[in-house]
Design a protein around this ligand. Structure first.
Ligand code: SF4
Length: 505
């Protein structure tokens, strides 16, 4: 199969860089329905531009290219071992080309393998079928939305919704709760794959498999089709909005399956995927490995632009800031302000925060802008280039951030999804703000990076190292200010009240 590896590299590249038509259509509908001039609509505009940029540059739509998950069907007699080897070769090569971020971390040592290969990564599921061709489907689902997957064991008591029983009404409550609890942390608007029943492990697997359905299909089971439609309607009344800013867009898809269960168990498993819903597939000639057909897309159909303009729509009310920032500057900001950051900023995510608890920072962070980001970086000649650089989910740093603000004098934290009460209190006490960038907008933000000024703690791996980036007009929204206000807490409370109103079907 001389073309197999190249075909798989194409599959990975297209999946990472070109959103499929059904997801584009769902996002177009969402964008059109959102109230103009709101924070949610601004976020959607950036998302639309980012989708276009990723396609134009063949760059990763989001810097978090997730756990590559391959579903492979082979005719009887085809060598699955050879296909597994070709998948791993393709993953290694796509990582080298910057289409995938090195994401495979040894869970015992914390070491990043650097090529996306490692124990049980990538994930490959093989099945035989009676077709003559090989089918390979691929899902790239990042960590932010993966962390918002949730599994319910019924009966259960749910926030705002009360008791969920072992029936479809109980399932309805679980699914609304699943969308609500994700807020903006899974880069809403998202899509959910759901399994009613099965056991814990297989239920999650079946829920994820639902994400391989197209967003516009209709469930062949009328009862589940009805439930899917009901959830879509109700979830989009919750008011979570794009990025959790509050707004109309909360869900772009709900796909449900049901599997038999044990008498003692009633699980509802939910796989939450973000707007950057990257999944594609190919059919391959079983003797050559050449692509005979694309699934989910017709390459002869021209890809339409999503955004009306590639620029961030400026209103003239934006606050231009140059790092390092003063306490006075950050204390003058309030929730809802849009800022344009220029100057040096430092990336720092999970490993950096943990490291900072026991090590001095490698640079002076007084007045600094700390960006929760694990970029895709490539070395071109002797210079590092940013290939994708959107924000990561900030709440993971909640146990550390207050200490970082107090000890090192950081004035602004950029991330997505917001942070908790401990960080909010520290921002008020020490004078700092949280700036919500648009999750998944990796190409949009990569273009604001004018230069890579340096890197420290490279031993933590490329996504986890502390990169020093010179940015220009990096747009973000103040969602937590130095006066104790948090848009995230407000939206969570307001949507919780709406959820409570949905207690009865
Ligand atoms: S869009 Fe958001 S949730 Fe999705 S992979 Fe990117 S950062 Fe993660």
């Amino acid at each position: 199969m001389q073309f197999l590896t190249e075909s798989l590299i194409q599959l990975i590249t297209q999946t990472s860089t070109n959103l499929p038509p059904d997801v584009r259509a769902a996002m177009q509908t969402t964008i059109a329905a959102e109230t103009p001039q709101t924070q949610s609509s601004q976020a959607l505009n950036i998302i639309a531009s980012n989708i276009d940029m990723a396609y134009e540059d063949e760059g990763a739509i989001c810097q978090d290219t997730g756990m590559p998950t391959f579903i492979v069907h082979t005719p009887v007699g085809v060598n699955q071992i050879a296909i597994g080897r070709a998948i791993r070769d393709a993953v290694r090569e796509a990582t080298k080309r910057g289409k995938l971020r090195p994401n495979s971390v040894d869970s015992l040592t914390g070491k990043n393998s650097g090529d996306n290969l490692g124990e049980e990564t990538p994930v490959i599921h093989f099945e035989q079928w009676e077709g003559n061709e090989i089918e390979v489907k691929l899902l790239l689902k990042g960590g932010g939305c993966e962390n918002k997957n949730i599994q319910y064991s019924l009966p259960a008591n749910l926030d705002h919704l009360g008791r969920a029983d072992r029936n479809l009404e109980g399932v309805r409550k679980c699914l609304l709760h699943a969308v609500w609890q994700a807020q903006g942390q899974g880069c809403a608007p998202g899509a959910i794959g759901v399994c009613i029943g099965s056991d814990r492990a297989h239920g999650y697997m079946l829920a994820k498999m639902q994400l391989f359905r197209t967003l516009d299909d209709v469930n062949p089971n009328p009862e589940l089709a009805k439930l899917e439609a009901e959830i879509m309607e109700a979830a989009n009344k919750l008011g979570v909005g794009a990025m959790g800013f509050g707004g109309k867009a909360s869900l772009i898809g709900c796909k449900i399956t049901a599997a038999n269960r044990l008498p003692a168990s009633f699980f509802v498993s939910v796989a939450y995927d973000c707007w950057a819903f990257r999944r594609l597939g190919v059919r391959l000639d079983a003797s050559s490995g050449a692509i005979t057909k694309w699934l989910y897309r017709d390459p002869s159909d021209a890809v339409q632009n999503m955004a009306e303009s590639a620029e961030f729509p400026l209103t003239g009310h934006e606050v231009a800031l140059r790092a390092p920032l003063t306490e006075e500057q950050v204390r003058s900001l309030k929730v809802g302000d849009v800022v344009l950051i220029s100057g040096e900023c430092f990336t720092g995510r999970d490993a950096v925060h943990h490291h900072l608890m026991s090590h001095e920072p490698p640079a002076d962070l007084r007045g600094a802008v700390l960006y929760h980001c694990g970029p895709v970086m490539l070395k071109e000649g002797s210079e590092w280039k940013v290939k994708a650089a959107g924000p990561t989910t900030s709440i993971r740093e909640e146990p550390y951030e207050a200490t970082v603000l107090e000890r090192y004098g950081v004035r602004a934290v950029i991330g997505k999804g917001g942070m908790g009460p401990k960080t909010l209190a520290a921002m008020k006490q020490f004078g700092a703000v949280y700036l919500n960038a648009i999750g998944g907008a990796a190409q949009f933000y990569a273009r604001t990076v004018k230069k890579v000024l340096g890197v420290d703690w490279m031993e933590l791996g490329i996504p986890e190292a502390m990169w020093h980036l010179e940015v220009e007009n990096f747009a973000a929204i103040v969602t937590m200010d130095a006066h104790g206000n948090s848009l995230h807490a407000k939206v969570e409370q307001e949507t919780g009240a709406v959820l409570a109103g949905m207690r009865e079907a």
